[in-house]
Design a protein around this ligand. Structure first.
Ligand SMILES: [Zn+2]
Ligand SMILES: [Zn+2]
Length: 240
């Protein structure tokens, strides 16, 4: 009882797309984003190779279908938004202008930035600051692999720019998934969201945290169990 009087200062997670406050151990570890955000960044980056396979498959289908005649017969329905596929797979240069992923450059392309174009600025910041070697090729796969390395993610999670990185990758994954329609398997969790009360909590393959599809909050299993106990307790209190 006595310990509840001093409430620690609340520091929000540095990502605009995240609603969590940093836990004490995260603040002590000088993290600027929460552990669920660090985790989800790793999940997204790990998903990129599979997403690229689907995007490449779509591009090849398109190309062979419109080609010199030979095997055009097996042409399956193209993925929607083919210009988006080409944009996403487009090349990007190491020296491209400093990050402005969703600024004017987007209008020039008329579509999403190349995946490599979103990843390169972050790889560059990390490599510049740490004097680590960048990948020899600048494919989205090697860029994603570098960023997902534990020591890199760990370093990034303590930088002031970590929240921006999380927000940009979030936007990029939304775009990629909407083009490929390849999404991780989700299962509903039958419990209202502690933040927005919607019945839209889902658990996702390879993901430690439960997400709310309505407000995009993330929860650990323990937090949900606690929230459920609190709900039950307050219901019982109402009854009495
Ligand atoms: Zn967060
Ligand atoms: Zn919610």
């Amino acid at each position: 009882m006595a310990t509840a009087t001093t409430s620690p200062r609340v520091v929000p997670c540095g990502a605009a797309t995240c609603h969590r406050a940093l836990l004490e151990k995260e603040r002590d570890g000088r993290q600027t984003i929460c552990a669920p955000c660090v985790h989800i960044i790793g999940v997204w980056l790990g998903e990129i190779p599979r997403q690229i396979i689907v995007l490449e498959g779509s591009r090849e289908r398109e190309t062979t279908g419109a080609g010199t005649g030979g095997r055009a017969a097996i042409r399956t329905a193209p993925l929607p938004g083919r210009p988006d596929v080409l944009n996403l797979l487009g090349p990007a240069a190491w020296g491209d202008s400093i990050r402005d992923p969703y600024g004017d450059s987007r209008d020039d392309h008329g579509g999403p930035l190349p995946i490599a174009g979103v990843l390169i600025p972050w790889v560059r910041i990390v490599c510049d600051e740490r004097r680590w070697d960048p990948p020899a090729d600048l494919t989205p796969q090697s860029l994603a692999e570098l960023l997902a390395a534990p020591r890199v993610l760990d370093y990034a999670s303590r930088r002031a720019w970590a929240g921006d990185m999380r927000d940009e990758l979030h936007e990029m994954m939304r775009t990629i998934r909407s083009v490929t329609r390849l999404r991780p398997q989700r299962r509903p969790v039958p419990q209202p969201c502690p933040r927005c009360d919607s019945l839209t909590l889902v658990e996702t393959d390879h993901q430690l945290y439960v997400d709310c599809l309505t407000c995009e909050s993330m929860y650990t299993r323990d937090e949900l169990a606690l929230a459920a106990r609190i709900t039950v307790a307050s219901l019982e209190a109402d009854v009495v």
